[in-house]
Design a binder for this molecule. Structure first.
Ligand code: PBG
Length: 311
């Protein structure tokens, strides 16, 4: 009876699984800060992609984890870069796997900021063409969706026009529109080796106290050409997801980030939380708040439970 009257359901179709890609060959190494996650070189993705498809997860989000860094983030748009190669590999292994790529400079700049620096400050406008070039290089490699996470103003418009100029009008944009300056990214920065060397991201990511500004950021991104928008993190920002759902018609994604993932793992390890129950409850809450798409490191584990008919 509970199932008959349930108001919200979780579907594996809405899950996106993040993957960390490093240069080289033959590499599959565990990420110390993130339970059950690995760094993969492009050639080692086969088994992972097969496993995902087997449990019904058909979307991945790729991040670069590289040590080739410079002041201008030039490796971000290298056509032979690790992420660019991984896109081709994944499409070769399984052409119906949807490939989304994170677009940001933080993993590629020597200073670790999401944009370029000028006189020690993040310079919004000179960062835009570099970010757009990275997006075009992923589209050229075969990405279906590019997902800018840098939070520079105007980057969605810059990406859309450079994609169109290069005949990638079919490549979609999922904008990290309401991305907060959050402590919950901690484990990820270990994984992507992307912590800023000096300062923080508060000049470009949103302040946790802001709710109306999130609606404004989303509206601007839609006007610039975003096909889908994202709210990030998810669990501490369910009110933002719900408000966005009420105001906007386009698909809304929520990013269940690394800190939210590791918090549940840590609780389970300490013997104070049931991992599966806490995982499914939080994914359900994100869905109930109004997210169409859930980006989560739990995608595979949750998909297995859904497939088994439990939860
Ligand atoms: C890059 C980026 C970050 C995350 C996604 N893209 C880190 C950051 O902004 O510092 C975080 C993802 C996670 O914590 O799972 N800008």
């Amino acid at each position: 009876m509970r199932r008959l009257v349930s108001e919200t359901s979780l579907s594996v179709e809405s899950f996106v699984y993040p993957l960390f890609i490093c240069p080289g060959t033959g590499i599959k190494t565990p990420i110390a800060s993130m339970e059950g996650c690995f760094h993969y070189s492009p050639d080692m993705l086969g088994a992972e992609i097969d496993q995902l498809a087997e449990v019904g997860v058909n979307s991945v989000l790729l991040f670069g984890a590289v040590d080739k860094k410079d002041d201008t983030a030039s490796y971000a748009y290298d056509p032979k870069g690790a992420v660019q190669q991984a896109i081709g590999q994944i499409k070769k292994i399984n052409n119906s796997m949807l490939v989304i790529t994170d677009v940001c400079l933080c993993a590629y700049t020597s200073h670790g900021h999401c944009g370029l620096l000028k006189d020690g400050r993040v310079d919004n406008d000179s960062s835009l063409p570099v970010i757009a070039k990275a997006a075009v290089s992923y589209a050229a490699a075969g990405a279906d969706i590019v997902a800018p996470s840098d939070m520079m103003d105007g980057r969605v418009g810059a990406i859309r026009s450079m994609l169109d100029e290069n005949a990638f009008q079919d490549t979609a944009i999922m904008a990290y529109s309401a991305k907060y300056a959050s402590a919950f990214y901690g484990p990820f920065r270990g994984a992507a080796n992307s912590a800023p060397a000096a300062g923080d991201r508060k000049s470009y990511q949103m302040d946790p106290s802001a709710a109306r500004q999130a609606m404004c950021e989303i509206r601007l991104d839609i006007a610039e050409g975003a096909d889908m928008v994202m709210i990030k993190p998810a669990m501490a920002y369910l009110d933002i997801i719900a408000a966005a759902r009420g105001q906007f018609e386009i698909p809304i994604a929520a990013y269940n980030v690394s800190g939210e993932y590791m918090m549940i793992h840590a609780g389970a390890k300490a013997g104070v939380l049931d991992l599966n129950c806490a995982m499914m409850e939080s994914l359900m809450a994100i869905r109930r708040a109004g997210a169409d798409i859930i980006i989560t490191y739990f995608a595979k584990t949750a998909a297995k439970l859904l497939k088994g008919g439990r939860h």
